[in-house]
Ligand binder design. Structure first.
Ligand SMILES: Nc1ncnc2c1ncn2[C@@H]1O[C@H](COP(=O)(O)OP(=O)(O)OP(=O)(O)O)[C@@H](O)[C@H]1O
Ligand SMILES: [Mg+2]
Length: 330
């Protein structure tokens, strides 16, 4: 296998009134061709910020992104100018947003919107673009592509719109697809249909995928490897089977313990006590960012920032419990 995306030390800064905050602080991970990497963590951990930063979707007046490198199919794109980046955004690397209306223009017909990346990036003639749009609509499970292509976004249900957004994201056959909670807003049956379909399309094109989700059930079913984020950092990374079999980080253990089971007869769902800190509280703190909520925290955890330890091949964990292990390269 070869790496299609390699990210080293990705950081984002946001300009908020009165101060600059750093919601993600040094994210590094790789994605292989044809692989699905799950990006998980509770709300506010920095999952969206990570993918938005990769796509450079923070406007210059809103924030700034930096990285040691971001290699897309072997080429470092971290120093690209905006003009250079425009040529790869939506073509070699594309993104699906959680809320489909974010990426659909309410006043343009669906068919044109799907074909647009082809028209812009590849100079494909409109007629050919539309034929491709019909093909893709069929591929994403739409039985009557011509009718849908002639509709406006408000004519379609949420599930249909998300199918359209997926078609738009893959029309240029990207090397990497960043999918930010692509199915969270949909009911479970449609969710499963869409994720299955994305997997099929991914296999056909050997595309690398980053699947952002807070649903560990989805991770277990669809992801090859997992990156767990907490307060703007990666706290654990492992193959999916290893993560569920031998989670190393108390946060990961907490997330797994919260998965609802059918046999549970509890009135309330389990949750990890406490909550994710606001950025201003964690960005410059020392110690482990999870220490306040951790049942196993020691004075060392509160005083010293843990590095990532190497638990096994491909398995790293940011927790002092594993300090007998070698420190992993970040
Ligand atoms: N425009 C902004 N201005 C200030 N803070 C922001 C902004 N956007 C995000 N943040 C903060 O950055 C942190 C990371 O947010 P992000 O949206 O990446 O979280 P997330 O993991 O995607 O959460 P969710 O599961 O809710 O989508 C949060 O603390 C959030 O409040
Ligand atoms: Mg998000």
């Amino acid at each position: 296998m070869s790496k299609v995306l390699e990210i080293k030390n990705l950081k984002a800064e946001l300009f908020t009134p009165g101060k600059t905050i750093s919601p993600i602080s040094g994210i590094s991970f790789d994605v292989e061709k044809g692989e699905t990497l799950g990006l998980v963590g509770e709300s506010g951990c920095g999952k969206s910020m990570t993918v938005l930063s990769l796509m450079r979707l923070l406007s210059p007046d809103m924030g700034r992104v930096s990285a040691d490198f971001v290699r897309l199919d072997g080429q470092d794109i971290s120093q690209f100018t905006e003009a250079q980046f425009c040529k790869i955004r939506g073509k070699k690397m594309s993104m699906i947003f959680q809320e489909p209306m974010t990426s659909l223009n309410p006043s343009l017909k669906i068919g044109y919107q799907i074909a647009e990346p082809l028209l812009c990036h590849d100079g494909t003639p409109i007629r050919e673009g539309m034929v491709k749009a019909y093909e893709l609509l069929r591929a994403v499970g739409i039985a009557d592509p011509e009718r849908v292509a002639n509709s406006y976004p408000h004519n379609l249900s949420g599930g249909m719109r998300q199918r359209v957004v997926i078609a738009m994201a893959i029309i240029c056959k990207p090397k990497v697809l960043l999918a930010d909670e692509p199915t969270t807003a949909l009911d479970v049956t449609i969710q499963a249909q869409l994720l299955e379909m994305m997997k099929t399309l991914q296999r056909e094109e050997d595309m690398g995928m980053v699947l952002v989700t807070h649903d560990l059930g989805i991770v277990a079913e669809y992801c090859d490897r997992v990156v767990v984020m907490y307060c703007g950092q990666i706290v654990e990374e492992a193959a999916t089977t290893a993560l569920f079999a031998l989670p190393g980080h108390p946060y990961t253990k907490g997330l797994i313990a919260c998965i609802p089971k059918i046999s549970d007869e509890k009135e309330f769902l389990d949750h990890i006590p406490g909550h994710v800190l606001p950025v201003a509280q964690y960005e410059s703190s020392t110690g482990c960012r999870f220490a306040q909520r951790c049942p196993a925290a020691t004075p060392q955890c509160r005083a010293q920032t843990p590095p990532l330890f190497q638990l096994d091949v491909g398995h790293t964990c940011r927790c002092w419990q594993h300090q007998g292990n070698a420190i992993a390269h970040e």
